[in-house]
Design a protein around this ligand. Sequence first.
Ligand code: UDP
Ligand code: MG
Length: 190
Amino acid sequence: MINLVLFGPPGAGKGTQAIYLAQTFNLVHLSTGDLLRQEIAAKTDLGRIADEIISKGELVPDSIVISMIEAKLKSPKTTVGFIFDGFPRTVNQAHALDQLLRKHHSKVSVMLCLEVDKKELIDRLLKRGLTSGRCDDANEATIENRINVYNEKTAPLIHYYESQGKYHPIHGIGEIEEIAARLKETVENL
Ligand code: UDP
Ligand code: MG
């Protein structure tokens, strides 16, 4: 199996690039952010909890997102592998993912980190907010908090994967196709 962790700050382009990678390598795309938004749209209990946290730009508790991923990995669909988009977001989640994959006799193959500077991230998210209808894209204070939460809780994962020789930084600015080509090349060279 190939299991890709697509990593980077909010607005780095994970969701966009995950779709390309999934097509190119025939992988199942798992986005915990998308799964949480589905819960919000369906007005489930979990959705109500998630909505409140997401609109502040904070992280949904580890236990919740880990359970969501566990359920997806258990579902009987056969695949050559997965793309994890927006998960893991904490070191604790990364440990849990390793454990879950081990149960399936598999592991994380690589962590692809999209690198985009803060000014560009804020510009992209504000622009996305005009059309996405996402409450967490709508104001600059929430965006700012998401980036701070990323730096504090999520960025430490770079060291986690680097120490395992799995960290691959990718320049995340340019045309979408160009960045997709950079990612593809990195995966092909594994
Ligand atoms: N979120 C979370 N854990 C996850 C995925 C998403 O807490 O595993 C929350 C978090 O509040 C985040 C928001 O959902 O800011 C949107 O996440 P998504 O990955 O969709 O946003 P992106 O970073 O791609 O803009
Ligand atoms: Mg996303």
